[in-house]
Design a protein around this ligand. Sequence first.
Ligand code: FES
Length: 166
Amino acid sequence: MQTSTLVSAEDKRWRLIRATMRRHGFAANALIETLHTVQEAFGYLDEEALRYVAKELRIPLSRVYGVATFYNHFAMKPQGEHHCVVCLGTACYIRGGSRVLEAIEKAAQVKAGETTPDKKLSLLVARCVGLCWLAPVALFDDEVASEATPEEVAQKVGEWVDHVSS
Ligand code: FES
């Protein structure tokens, strides 16, 4: 497993989101689908993403927040001190993404979509973070873990949580 830092300007996830909006001609009725793409790419919706979508679709930010918080499907910014996003898109799934997720769930004793009781770690799932050639991929805060193995991610998570199981 190698890690490298995500560089926003080159972050392919934004390109995926922009492609969804473009497909709908940047129309306001693309909002829900665009939010789905944000969640699939990042694992959650945060203020930066909501502001970006509002600006590009020319929708008031308050309405974007309203939609994002109305549907249970959408997860807002993770509550944990750290967050880990495991990609389960096709390329990552085929190359062992689900085993990576299971290893983190076991090591940190937390389920996908949840935060550990000590608020150290939020675990999220994405459907493609745009780095398929590095599959399976997990994001640890702003670090990309490429060709991740269950053993390595469990060790990484162990640096963040105290109650690691073997
Ligand atoms: S499927 Fe995981 S990065 Fe594309």
